[in-house]
Design a protein around this ligand. Structure first.
Ligand SMILES: [Zn+2]
Ligand SMILES: [Zn+2]
Length: 311
């Protein structure tokens, strides 16, 4: 067993997020976007001696390489997919643990029925699109379909997650690591899964690819209530969203103002703007940062490599 797979006292009490991909829709390589970063959605969370990963956009590729670097059996990874649009799964087949015989990966994400998520992911490795099928990838993997309203608990590191229906109030008080799910229909065509991670009275919410309604969705505001951090879709500027020439309404993403509105109504402590429009260069992102801070002081524009410690 290598040092990565064995939690020690220092890592066990850590609750640390790292952004590996923050871009929406498609990756960018233009030099003037690389300050914020060009990889698509991927957030790594080290918590309670475990490694949770939110989305498998291209950001998961360098993360997977780091996890496997020098390790014959890398730590088990729990990958939570918001949905299976291509920008959120594009890195999955290049995630090193899935290509490594001794590695173990649990993949969880929306699927209306048992096996539905597996069937969606198999499309990725259709022989016309990719030369190796999902089932042929060497790493051990288990795939779980979620319908929303679940609470997910973890046994000892590396064990299969326990997925149950949520009971009111049974999650927060215990202080144990739990992930709650909330399915939203506010993203075309099949909706999106939002996640809330709790550990020792700290929590964050991952809410990407959601188009808020005027005033925010009450269930989303409730789901994010009082969180220490809200990671929220903020792809568009207001003028892009309501542009007459190319309106983005109905495309499934929020504006900066919508993300701020939900953060304020939910009373979160910090807001991280996420899923950035790929045509927004670093200069535009700087101006978005200033604009958002003017609306809600505790706002950051998520960028590749950013680390946030919740504990
Ligand atoms: Zn997306
Ligand atoms: Zn999407």
């Amino acid at each position: 067993m290598n040092s990565r797979s064995q939690p020690n006292a220092r890592t066990t009490h850590r609750f640390r997020l790292k952004f590996w991909g923050v871009r929406g829709s498609y990756p960018t390589v233009a030099a003037d976007t690389l300050g914020v970063g060009g990889n698509t959605s991927c957030v790594e969370v080290e918590v309670d001696g475990r490694r949770l990963i939110f989305d498998a956009g291209t950001g998961i590729i360098p993360l997977g390489k780091e996890l496997c670097n020098g390790a014959s059996s890398p730590p088990a990874a729990y990958v939570f997919l918001s949905h299976t649009h291509i920008d959120h799964v594009l890195g999955l087949c290049f995630f090193e643990p899935l290509l490594t015989a001794k590695a173990r990966t649990f993949i969880l994400g929306p699927g209306a029925t048992r096996g539905a998520l597996t069937r969606s992911l198999r499309h990725l490795t259709n022989s016309h699109l990719f030369p190796v099928s999902l089932d042929e990838l060497k790493g051990k993997k288990e795939i779980f379909s979620l319908s929303g309203g679940e609470v997910i608990r973890f046994g000892s590191p590396g064990r299969r997650p326990k997925i149950e229906g949520a009971r009111a109030d049974d999650v927060v008080e215990a202080g144990e690591l739990t992930v709650m799910t909330c399915k939203s229909a506010a993203h075309p065509l099949n909706g999106v899964m939002l996640y809330r991670v709790h550990y020792k009275n700290k929590s964050f919410v991952y809410a990407t690819d959601i188009e808020e309604q005027e005033g925010g969705y009450p269930e989303v505001i409730e789901f994010a209530r009082g969180a220490d951090l809200l990671i929220h879709d903020a792809q568009y500027l207001q003028e892009e969203y309501s542009s007459r020439a190319k309106p983005r309404k109905g495309w499934g993403h929020s504006t900066i103002d919508m993300a701020v509105d939900v953060a304020q109504k939910a009373g979160v402590k910090r807001l991280a703007l996420f899923h950035h429009e790929p045509t927004h260069d670093d200069k535009a992102m700087k101006s978005i940062q200033n604009q958002a801070k003017g609306l809600f002081r505790a706002t950051v524009v998520a960028h590749e490599g950013m680390v946030i410690n919740l504990l």
